[in-house]
Design a protein around this ligand. Structure first.
Ligand SMILES: [Zn+2]
Length: 211
């Protein structure tokens, strides 16, 4: 078994205080979706929501790492790299649809083969690696199902091949917290009190799943 794999398994067995990595989607020149307010873009709402979740998790004693704290541009690889050693990785987004008629929350989890984990593995590692990736996928699905239970409107949970999941070695989800271009849902999302409500539900789900 490679040294990297041994070290990773040991770190998982003796995991210290849980570390949550929150990834506010987009940033900088990558504005994300336009909203019903021309001065606000998806990148602003994802940062605002992630900061609310961060505050709530820290108040409960969790360590939190943010992939960005301001309007910075980050590549998807940089985001995924910041998840190294974390208990959970949660990427936060808002959605749009072609004819502005869709609404609701969606939660995506990576396929087991998206997990990268190691660059150098020996042939003996293969079985161990397979079970590790399967366990990461299962824990991602558990986190997604916990978020689904707490969020309004019975959100859809699906597997997806998003680039931000590539190479991660951490239970991960990407949440789309509603459609910013839907007349009703979009205007609700622009209200800070609604985003605070979503942040509470998300922080609750993370706190009960990521230990
Ligand atoms: Zn997005």
């Amino acid at each position: 078994m490679s040294t990297t794999l041994i070290l990773l398994l040991i770190s998982r067995l003796f995991a210290p205080q849980p570390l949550i990595v929150l990834d506010p989607g987009h940033g900088g020149s990558n504005m994300g979706a336009p909203t019903l307010n021309q001065h606000i873009h998806e990148k602003d709402l994802t940062l605002d929501t992630a900061q609310r979740v961060e505050h709530l998790l820290r108040a409960r004693g969790f360590k939190v790492r943010m992939t960005r704290r301001d309007d910075a541009y980050l590549t998807l690889k940089q985001r995924a790299a910041m998840a190294t050693g974390a208990t959970c990785f949660v990427s936060i987004h808002y959605n749009t649809s072609k004819v502005h008629d869709r609404k609701g929350i969606e939660i995506f989890v990576p396929h087991s083969s998206a997990f990268g984990c190691f660059s150098e593995t020996t042939p003996e590692d293969t079985t161990m690696l397979y079970s590790l990736k399967t366990s990461l996928e299962e824990r991602s699905v558990m986190l997604a199902q916990t978020i689904k239970k707490r969020m309004p409107g019975s959100p859809r949970v699906a597997k997806a091949w998003f680039d931000v999941f590539e190479g991660l070695c951490t239970p991960s989800v990407l949440v789309e917290l509603g459609f910013v271009d839907h007349p009703e849902e979009g205007s609700r999302i622009l209200q800070a009190s609604y985003r605070q409500h979503l942040a509470h539900l998300l922080a609750d789900a993370i706190a009960s799943s990521c230990r």
